[in-house]
Design a binder for this molecule. Structure first.
Ligand code: URA
Length: 270
């Protein structure tokens, strides 16, 4: 420290030399900062974990949700929504599905609410839970490429899931969880009123087509189906996460996408 005296050129060069030798390569401010006089910093994730470990243990919520909601209450609530915004607000305060309490946030939907094509996936994963949007993780990136291959993107589709909260550890939602959330999914479909629906993966297909049949048998076959009170042509296809694990199945998914494209062309939706 200069102790009030101006440093001469040789001394300044010596200080710079010393900084360089110590690995200093960036000036962060003109004035010195007394870090001891500042408020305590936010703990790092590792410090937070150590502090949490030292705190009295709280029992974690069960990983398999105990369903507290009543499907008939869910139906009434969903039916009371006149717009997607209202439905989202209802879901934001709805406490009937215990998936909500292990999730970071609601993952309501993404895309264009006026789209003629609606995609229904299974459930949000870790990245979707962080960002609050469906299909934004690795399988979402593949989904975007699949859509792009037939001239679609998120401005031309509306994307939802069978349940709008991430199941712990990315497990498949239970039939009870899906049943409880079904009125909200149905209402999303009624409010968007798409001309075509693409379901992604087994659980979404089973929920929409009310079947216990497997996706491998059902994929690629169009069916006229009622989703809530909206009658629509729907096509089950493979889930992008399955395609990431089984690249050879992309051939079948591609056939399904071409089928969707042909249907779009025939309805003038391209
Ligand atoms: N898988 C899904 O089914 N939905 C998502 O939103 C993300 C991954």
């Amino acid at each position: 420290m200069s102790q009030g005296r101006e440093l001469n050129k040789a001394e300044l060069l010596a200080v710079l030399d010393w900084y360089r030798a110590a690995g200093v390569d960036l000036a962060v401010g003109e004035d010195p900062v007394d870090r001891f006089a500042q408020p305590a910093p936010t703990p790092s994730p590792a410090q937070a974990l150590r502090q949490a470990a030292a705190a009295p243990a709280q029992p974690p919520p069960p990983a398999t949700a105990a369903i507290t909601g009543d499907p008939s209450e869910a139906r009434k609530l969903a039916a009371s929504a006149g717009t997607l915004d209202e439905l989202q607000k209802i879901l934001e305060v709805y406490d009937g599905c215990s998936l909500k309490f292990r999730a970071t946030q609601l993952v309501f939907a993404d895309g264009n609410p006026e789209a003629k094509i609606m995609l229904i996936g299974e459930a949000p994963g870790a990245e979707e839970d962080r960002q609050g949007k469906p299909f934004v993780g690795r399988s979402g990136q593949l989904l975007d490429r699949m859509l792009g291959a037939i001239g679609l993107d998120r401005t031309k589709v509306f994307i939802v899931n069978t349940v709008p909260w991430r199941p712990p550890g990315n497990r498949t939602p239970t039939p009870e969880e899906m049943e409880l959330c079904l009125p909200f999914l149905n209402r999303q479909v009624e409010l968007v009123a798409p001309k075509l629906v693409l379901t992604l993966g087994g659980p979404a297909m089973q929920t929409v087509f009310k079947t216990s049949a497997g996706i491998i048998k059902m994929r690629g076959r169009w069916q006229d189906v009622a989703i809530g009170n909206h009658q629509v042509d729907a096509l089950p296809t493979l889930h992008p996460a399955y395609l990431l694990r089984n690249p050879a199945a992309k051939q079948q998914a591609w056939a399904d996408l071409l089928s969707l494209k042909m249907k779009m062309d025939s309805l003038g939706l391209s």
